[in-house]
Write a protein that binds this ligand. Sequence first.
Ligand SMILES: Cc1cc2nc3c(=O)[nH]c(=O)nc-3n(C[C@H](O)[C@H](O)[C@H](O)COP(=O)(O)O)c2cc1C
Length: 338
Amino acid sequence: MRHPLPFTAPALLAPMEGVTEPCFRELVLARNPPTHLGGTFTEFVRVVDHPVPKTVLRRHLGARGELATRAARRNDETTAAVGLQLMGSDLVAVEATAAHAAELGVALLDLNFGCPARGATSTCAGSALLRTPQRVAELVRTAVRGVQDRLPVTAKIRAGYDDDANLEQLARAAEDGGASLLTVHCRTRAEGYRSDAVDWSRIERAVRAVSIPVCGNGGVDSHADIERMRMRTGAAFAMIGRGALRDPWIFCGREVDFDTARAFLAEYFDTLVTRGSFAPAGALARSKQLVHYFRAGGVVESLGGPKAWLAETDPTRFRARLAVAPSPVRDETTGVGK
Ligand SMILES: Cc1cc2nc3c(=O)[nH]c(=O)nc-3n(C[C@H](O)[C@H](O)[C@H](O)COP(=O)(O)O)c2cc1C
């Protein structure tokens, strides 16, 4: 039996390693109501040859993960769900880790079939599995068995490994394995994270190939793109990655001013230290990863541009930039920051 999904809102925040730990997810969830943002995902949790301990899964889920899980069990759609993403190919370890997730009461378990990094492909995990659709089906089936019908299992694929020739076969493999939702990142592994035009027709092909709901991903870069992509492809959901790092309000479509955007970056840094238990150097590294993309409110551009921020090596100085930064003087005639 396919498990019902714990969200109904049209958009989801993509799993992003190095970014979507609990503090970032919490800040984004706080700014986008669950009517717009249905759920978020952990960064991928790598499963090698041993089950991942529950303590590690709990750390990835964070407090909100637990909370959202409880709400999902009550079918309370006012709280967005947090999905736990696993990446691995060892069937025994994946099944046992899925069982741990079920025991913790996770709302949704997602399997990663898209990571193009050498660390993943060299261990035949992530996008390496796109070369063998039957392995995709087998892993999904194994995870479904592991969760013992207590939560939905979902799969996130790319359009293919070198090309998109196997796309339909991959989509059906996930469905045959028992996935409740299929996310299709419309770039192939070979296309990496290219930011030139994406091919949403690949999402439409996946929608036609399966009867489970499809979540389209790739190049959804504005609030309007959420509906545009869903209308063009027939996808039930839209997943947003870098668009949400550029503008964390992308789900609700609110345009924020300089001070609001600055406060987001400041709160992110502070929360990483106070709640995320990151050392200041770790908070700096994570904040810089975000600043690399962040364009909301014109903060990064106004205060020296991304290069100046990324060159900062001292956490205290980095935080001070956010504390004292005044709103840029506005030219009242044009409304443009001087
Ligand atoms: C910094 C970064 C980290 C990522 N980490 C993950 C990950 O942990 N799991 C995953 O399935 N995809 C990961 N992705 C891929 C995104 O989830 C998404 O599929 C991709 O960025 C395409 O969506 P976009 O065009 O909206 O950015 C990552 C992407 C980025 C940019």
